[in-house]
Each structure stands twice: as C-alpha cells, then as structure tokens.
Design a protein around this ligand. Structure first.
Ligand SMILES: Cc1ncc(COP(=O)(O)O)c(C=O)c1O
Length: 365
C-alpha cells in the first residue's frame, strides 16, 4: 500500500543533515526547526499563521476550543472519516451530529446541512476525505448565514484545491495531520493548524503550550495542553514540503493510469474528481460489490489493498451513545461495505501500477 523507505532513500542526505542539526541544537520540542517549518507551510498555504502541534487529532481539538466550541454545543461533520474527527468533538464536550455523505466523492452531503443546523450548532467540520475537497461554497455560505464556525479537516488533503483555493484555507481554521503515511508525512506524529485570524492564532499558540504566556514562563493565561510539535518532526517536514506538489502530481498520474485500464470495468466505481476539484489522491478508493473477495484474490497476486474505513463510526461500540442505528446514514454504510483502497504512493512505478490495474481488471472482465 505504501513503502516509506523509498521516499526516505531519496531524501537521505538532506534528511540526515536536518536531523543532525536538531541533535546539535538540542531543540527537541518546538524551537527553530519547528518555526522554520511553520513559516514555510504558512507560505505554501498562503495564510498568515501556521501553528505546529503534536498530531492531527490535537489540531482538531485545539481548533474547536479556539473557536469557542464546548459542552452543550453541536458540531456537524461527516461519518465517513477517521475516528479522530468525531473524537475531537467529543473531547471538547460537544456532540457530533453526523451528516450522510454523497456517493461520488464520499464527502459530506452539503445539501443535508441546513436541515441539521439547530440553535446549538457551533461549528461544521468538512472532511476533505481521501484528498478530494468538500463542495465548500454552499457550506461556507450557510455557515456565515447561521453564524457557525467552519473548521476544515484537511488531514488527507495537503495540496488539494477547491475552485483553485487550497484545502485548509477556506474555514476559520484548517487542520492537518502529518502522520507518516500522509501526502506530507513526518517521521512520527505531528500536525498543524492554519488560519488567517490573529486572535484565533494567538489562542491556538497558547493552548498548545499549557496556556503559558509566551513572554512569561510559568505564567498561565488559560488551562491548555501539551500539544507541541517535536523538533525532529519540524526538521523532517521542512525537508519534505518542497516536494509535496511534485508528489501530488505523481499521485494524479497514477490515478490516471489506473483509470486508463479500469475505466470501462462496469463492476467498479472509480474515484471521481469534481470539475471544481484538484484531487490529491491520498487514497485511491474504488467501490465494488464483492470487495472482500477481490481483496483476497489480489493478495494472492502479491497486491496489498486496504479498507479505509470498514465500519461506519456511528455503528461501532465507542459511538453507540450517539444513538444512530443501522440505516441512519445509508450512503456511508453502503460505501463502507464496498470500498477498497488500491496501492497509492508517489514512488509506485508505472509497471507496478499497470500490474495492479491489470490483475484487478482480469478478476472482473
Ligand atoms: C481525516 C482525518 N482526520 C484526522 C486525522 C488525525 O490525525 P492524526 O493521526 O495525526 O492524529 C486523520 C489521520 O489519520 C485523518 O485521516
């Protein structure tokens, strides 16, 4: 599915030097390497502020707190996401209200949002799942009209674009994960938030470091967290960021190559890219009625696949308390039964992509 060793091998010289610098300066937590990455990522995103943190889950949690979400509030989001999105909402004491997805892009169905907004709704978290952006304009218009904050979960969408705008810069806060397998991945856990808002940025900086006044050590302005980014992760991400666009371009080439071989296979639904979207294919997810059989057959041919994600979150024991049941969110539930992720990472060679595509085609045609 992914072989991170290949990427490391190509960057090794530069990476070794960057990591050695962290050791030399002993800036293990926060420090100049993290700041340098924050500046570079803010410039890449075209925003004023980037605040590096410990991981993408903490980024979402801090963003929710910074826009004032707390106990008694409701937050609208997609059920078709990694658990972290919903977990962060619960963590700040709010209630996740799940919006079913639309079948083509697996992103939340914006048309259903208005009917789910209540007096308690404080925020919406659109999740740009798999690297395809949510249809943001109607979502942003609705949020503005109803006075609701928008926090983008861009954990899978580094470099993705909606009508030319980068994922992460359209809401009040954009949250990123740099989990190692992401399009931009660290060498451990890391995450970041981006924002144009000076007040929100200040609050995020305080919250990630125990609420401590940056100018007065051991003087606390609010209760916060230990959610700082490690120096090693800042150094790694700074080395990798200049390659992100080229890696995303290669992901798009691989997607086109898969589509060239599999486009006419009637049993398969391939990922769709809306005409307003630039998909960055964090995952290449197809849909097939007999997904488990296909996965087993491909495994026999030496091809790994994955299912992201097999269980609708609202039907897992951890989220029973939300009181959804089977059939509550039918499009998401059907997708979870049929989706299959094919190998997708920039270092895949053309012959490997062709092998995967041809083996899959042979099973179906
Ligand atoms: C959509 C989504 N949201 C949030 C997260 C959480 O990020 P992290 O694993 O860095 O905490 C992830 C990452 O796995 C994700 O894919």
């Amino acid at each position: 599915m992914n072989d991170l060793r290949l990427q490391h091998a190509r960057l090794k010289g530069e990476m070794d030097a960057a990591l050695a610098q962290v050791v030399q300066t002993c800036a293990f937590i926060s420090g100049p390497q993290v700041q340098a990455f924050e500046q570079a990522f803010a410039a890449y995103q075209g925003v004023k502020h980037c605040i590096g943190v410990s991981n993408g889950t903490d980024a979402l949690k801090l963003a929710l707190r910074a826009v004032g979400v707390g106990p008694g509030d409701e937050v609208l989001t997609s059920p078709h996401t990694f658990a972290a999105t919903i977990e962060a909402i619960c963590e700040v004491g709010a209630r996740p209200v799940l919006v079913d997805i639309e079948a083509r892009h697996y992103t939340l169905d914006v048309a259903q949002l208005a009917g789910l907004i209540t007096a308690r709704t404080r925020a919406i978290i659109p999740v740009h799942i798999y690297g395809h952006p949510v249809d943001m304009d109607p979502l942003l218009a609705l949020a503005a009209a109803r006075g609701v904050a928008v926090i983008e979960d861009a954990a899978q969408a580094h470099g993705a674009r909606y009508k030319g705008r980068l994922a992460g810069v359209m809401g009040q806060v954009g949250c990123f994960s740099f989990y190692p397998g992401k399009n931009l991945g660290a060498y451990g856990d890391a995450g970041a938030m981006v924002t144009q808002d000076d007040d929100i940025a200040e609050k995020l900086r305080l919250l990630r470091n125990h609420g401590q006044d940056p100018d007065r050590k051991f003087h606390y302005l609010m209760p916060g967290y230990n959610h700082r980014m490690d120096g090693f992760q800042g150094a790694v991400l700074k080395v990798k960021l200049p390659h992100l666009d080229q890696w995303n371009e290669r992901r798009r080439q691989i997607a086109a190559r898969y589509a060239a071989v599999l486009g006419d296979v009637s049993e398969l639904v391939l990922p769709a890219e809306a005409d307003w979207a630039r998909h960055v294919y964090h995952l290449y997810v197809v849909r097939a009625p007999d997904r488990d059989h296909l996965a087993a057959e491909l495994k026999q041919k030496g091809i790994d696949t994955a299912v992201q994600y097999p269980h609708p979150l609202h039907l897992t024991p951890g989220y029973e308390f939300l009181r959804y049941r089977e059939g509550s969110l039918p499009v998401c539930e059907r997708a979870c039964r049929q989706i299959l992720s094919l190998p997708m990472f920039p270092e895949l060679r053309d012959d490997q992509v062709d092998y995967v595509a041809e083996q899959l085609r042979r099973l179906l045609v």
